[in-house]
Design a protein around this ligand. Structure first.
Ligand code: CTP
Length: 432
């Protein structure tokens, strides 16, 4: 039996794909199709794929041409597969001419002429673009604008620095990105939703739980997406880490410890919210705690030291969470320096993410026997903003909430910050 193998993303399956599969199949008796995983595509810079792996695999299955469908997950897998399945022919479109000649050592390599005039990218670019208005300070908005240029399907409809300009922006936009101090942010989110616009707003989404509920309900009633921008949640390494740990890689999790500090001064947004380091770092620092241990903690206690320049704001806060059978402790600081690492303790091993863990491309799973340790690297491009924008676009296109941050996690973060502001479960030590 002659076995043929081919690989591709097969996004929005089109005529060119089907013709490729037909010709590949005709080269032998048994066709194996490798469909690239979402993470593998992202790691090789292909972030614009519209359909998730399951849908792309299903589309290939429905052609009835594949005898076997596998997932391609890593660089170098082709050699592994060719050996494992005893493949005779590797076939691929002529856009890859010469690129896979190194496989000739293992099997025959055939480049099939690419079908002219059709491609997934072409189909994607024909889709209607999401017109995104950017509201916020110039530095922030410019950074997001640069990333929008990389994400297929989003065009920047304009920029606004304040509420007056923002209103004009609504006319030309389908959605808005908002970076603003809490009160202004609340007004802007409400106005955007009332005007029928989807919203992507920097965390924390709201200053208190009542407001969060109101805005979430408004978005729901209007059938709009309201998503929190917190780039760590969308970075590949972080997401992989969370999935791995939830899958039991280090056994049962007993402790999560993290620190997020920076030497910058307090921000205007923090001042307006009456919280310092807790405002700027709280959502990021609490993210792994709530995503790994859930939000049903039994008790919490915060210890804060006030800022010498802005005595109403915390320069440093330690947040302790007590669960039924786990604990977590995170430290946040502005004008205070700590080692910004994340350590997750489990019954079989631990996970270590070096500083700055919130924008990492690397983590290590460590065991008692160091020879079993495993290191994982994932490319992080654009600080994770482009992945966040892509998640937002997918959420808008599919009208489902984005898969980065669970609703209960957002709620818990807002609840902790609201309690902190009201002084609940919080001890103030004498300032710095
Ligand atoms: N292919 C083809 N003719 C086309 C498009 C794709 O023969 N018009 C082949 C590719 O050469 C490859 C396979 O189909 O062997 C899967 O390609 P894939 O990269 O998934 O499709 P593209 O349409 O090229 O996707 P993109 O535009 O995102 O690069």
């Amino acid at each position: 039996m002659k076995k043929v193998i081919t690989y591709g993303t097969f996004d929005l399956l089109h005529y060119g794909h089907v013709r490729l599969l037909e010709r590949a199949k005709a080269l032998g008796d048994y066709l194996i199709v490798g469909v690239t995983s979402d993470d593998y595509d992202k790691s090789r810079g292909k972030i614009n794929v519209r359909q998730p792996l399951s849908e792309r695999m299903e589309a290939v299955r429905q052609t009835g041409l594949a005898d076997e469908i596998i997932v391609e997950e890593y660089e170098g897998q082709k050699i592994d597969d060719i050996r494992k399945f005893g493949v005779d022919i590797f076939a691929i479109g002529s856009d890859w001419e010469g690129f896979f000649d190194y496989l000739k050592e293992y099997c025959e390599v055939i480049y099939l002429p690419r079908t002219e005039g059709v491609s997934s990218s072409g189909i994607r670019s024909g889709d209607s673009e999401l017109r995104l208005g950017l509201i916020g300070t110039a530095t922030n908005v410019d950074k997001v604008a640069r990333e929008c240029a990389i994400v297929n399907g989003i065009t920047v409809s304009g920029k606004a620095g304040d509420i007056q300009d923002a209103e004009a922006l609504f006319q030309d936009s389908d959605a808005v990105y908002i970076f603003a101090p809490p009160e202004e942010k609340a007004v802007l989110i409400r106005k955007a939703l009332e005007n029928g616009k989807h919203v992507l707003a920097e965390a924390p989404l709201a200053a208190d739980t009542a407001l969060l509920r109101e805005l979430t309900e408004l978005a729901g009633a209007k059938g709009l997406i309201l998503m929190e921008a917190l780039k760590t949640a969308f970075s590949t390494a972080y997401r992989r880490l969370i999935l791995m740990l939830k899958g039991g890689k280090i056994g049962r999790i007993v402790s999560v410890d993290a620190a997020c500090t920076s030497m910058q001064e307090q921000t205007a947004a923090g001042v307006a919210n009456g919280l310092g380091s807790l405002h700027d770092w709280g959502p990021t620092a609490m993210l792994p705690v709530f995503q790994l241990l859930g939000t049903d903690f039994r008790k919490k206690q915060l210890y804060s030291l006030n800022d010498p320049v802005c005595p109403d704001l915390d320069a440093f806060t330690r947040l302790d969470f007590i669960y039924d059978s786990a604990v977590a402790s995170v430290r946040v600081g502005k004008g205070v320096k700590s080692e910004g690492e994340l350590v997750v303790t489990g019954t079989k091993g631990c996970a270590y993410v070096p500083a700055p863990w919130w924008k990492t491309d690397f983590f290590e799973i460590r065991y008692e026997d160091p020879s079993e340790n495993q290191r994982f690297f994932y490319q992080l491009e654009g600080e994770g903003i482009r992945y966040e924008l892509k998640a937002f676009l997918d959420a808008v296109n599919r009208r489902i909430s984005a898969d980065g941050i669970e609703k209960n996690v957002t709620e818990a973060m807002v609840r902790v910050m609201e309690d902190a502001k009201e002084g609940r479960d919080r001890t103030f030590l004498s300032g710095i």
